[in-house]
Design a protein around this ligand. Structure first.
Ligand code: GCU
Length: 413
């Protein structure tokens, strides 16, 4: 039986994308110079660094190699957050480089019990930390915010009216109830999401000419997640060995890139991250490179544009981004109505990352068949679900992330 017959009704039948065995994906276990990787030592010394470098050179860009400093100030501790169920900490992360400075707020909610330190979810949000929960202690960012008439954000400045408007995406009470802490950062505090010529946000801290491999906004967000992690590493309520980085959509791309580079993240979660995130570019399904580079010219390195319409010439594909997370636990989620993010392509990245996990000693047995809607699968270090509904983050998604985190974080105890 051919691959097509065996899987009649599967995604590549319906959308006429290349079947997995004809996508010509770069082989994870062969170096760019043709050397075959067969040991974990070679993986760590040879293959992982060159894959990382190839993503910097061709996709997300490089962070400038310049000195910077990070300091923290805990500005406020709310002993009665979430109606007394949590402690809320408002932290300023202060960055400086080349005589310039830039701050962002990190808001941390930890369970109010004596069972700490707590495993923690860290995630960026789209409209400000104050949108994540109605709690009045969460500061409102003065950074540029996307206009949104529904949230009454005009003139790119958020105010009290948008407090809590995105709470459904961050079930804080439930996260706390399940024994986790939650840390949130507004993405626009790190780098505003518009094409400003890289003069604002953390880009502005670093001096020098930009080139084809300079970092874009996704690179900046990922770097900011690592600076948030710098803080979490030294907060005594946070279990520094159990921090999961999570993100939705464009912020899911950033979470994956942060998790790929920064091995302090113990677990990585992609929610509907799609093109330039979990989805395999060579599938050419849903959003294509020419779409993303055209609509969001500030997200990636300029060098990424050379692959517009020529996905098969990319030296990497997104399964290799997943392989950089190995051997740490990795969860990818899709939504059924989210064709733009190519759900099956998101799943296939996990599938094709398995050789890295196996080489590093973890059994995973994900099959080629796309899992059924609302039937999560988890095998070894990898987890996946496609839920019904649209491009979004729902309570269902969070429950699955916590189930997965329970499995990996609590088993080690
Ligand atoms: C657009 C974009 C996607 C992105 C999404 C989002 O749809 O094309 O790549 O993931 O916005 O961030 O919501």
């Amino acid at each position: 039986m051919t691959g097509r017959d065996a899987t009649a009704g599967n995604a590549w039948e319906a959308d006429r994308t290349p079947p997995p065995d004809e996508m010509n994906l770069p082989d994870i276990m062969t170096t760019f110079s043709g050397y075959n990787i067969t040991t974990g030592t070679d993986w760590a010394a040879k293959r992982r660094p060159e894959i990382l470098n190839a993503f910097q050179a061709n996709v997300y860009g490089r962070v400038p190699k310049q000195d910077y400093q990070v300091k923290f100030s805990v500005d406020n501790i709310d002993e009665d957050a979430l109606e007394g169920k949590a402690i809320g900490k408002s932290v300023t992360v202060m960055l400086s480089a080349n005589g310039k400075s830039h701050n962002f707020n990190l808001y941390l909610l930890v369970p109010k019990s004596d069972k700490g330190p707590y495993p923690t979810f860290l995630g960026l949000n789209f409209y400000g930390n104050h949108t994540v929960h109605a709690d009045s202690d969460i500061p409102i960012s003065s950074s540029w915010t996307p206009n949104n008439s529904q949230f009454c954000v005009f003139d790119h400045q958020a105010d009290e009216v948008s407090r809590g408007v995105r709470a459904y995406r961050w079930p804080a009470e439930r996260i706390i109830q399940r024994g986790y802490a939650l840390a949130v950062v507004y993405s626009g505090d790190i780098d505003p999401d518009f094409d400003d010529g890289f003069t604002n946000g953390v880009h502005a801290l670093f001096s020098g000419e930009r080139d084809n491999q300079s970092w874009g906004t996704i690179g900046a967000w990922a770097w900011g997640l690592s600076r948030a992690m710098d803080y979490l590493m030294q907060d005594e309520d946070v279990d520094r060995n159990k921090v999961a980085v999570m993100g939705h959509s464009r912020l899911g791309k950033a979470a994956l890139w942060a998790g790929a580079q920064d091995e302090r993240f113990a677990l990585v979660i992609s929610n509907d991250s799609g093109c330039g995130g979990a989805a395999i570019s060579r599938r050419k399904s849903g959003e294509r490179l020419k779409d993303i580079n055209g609509n969001f010219p500030h997200w990636f390195a300029r060098s990424f544009r050379q692959y517009n319409g020529k996905e098969e010439t990319l030296p990497v594909d997104q399964h290799m981004l997943m392989s950089l997370v190995a051997p740490r636990p990795l969860y990818v989620a899709s939504a059924q109505q989210d064709d733009w993010a190519d759900p099956y392509g998101e799943y296939l990245s996990l599938y094709f990352a398995q050789p890295a996990y196996r080489l590093l000693g973890y059994r995973t047995r994900l099959g080629l068949q796309h899992p059924k809607v609302n039937e999560p699968v988890s095998s070894g270090q990898l987890g996946y679900h496609i839920r019904s509904g649209r491009h979004d983050v729902t309570r269902y998604d969070w429950e699955r992330y916590m189930d997965f985190a329970d499995l990996h974080f609590h088993a080690e105890k």
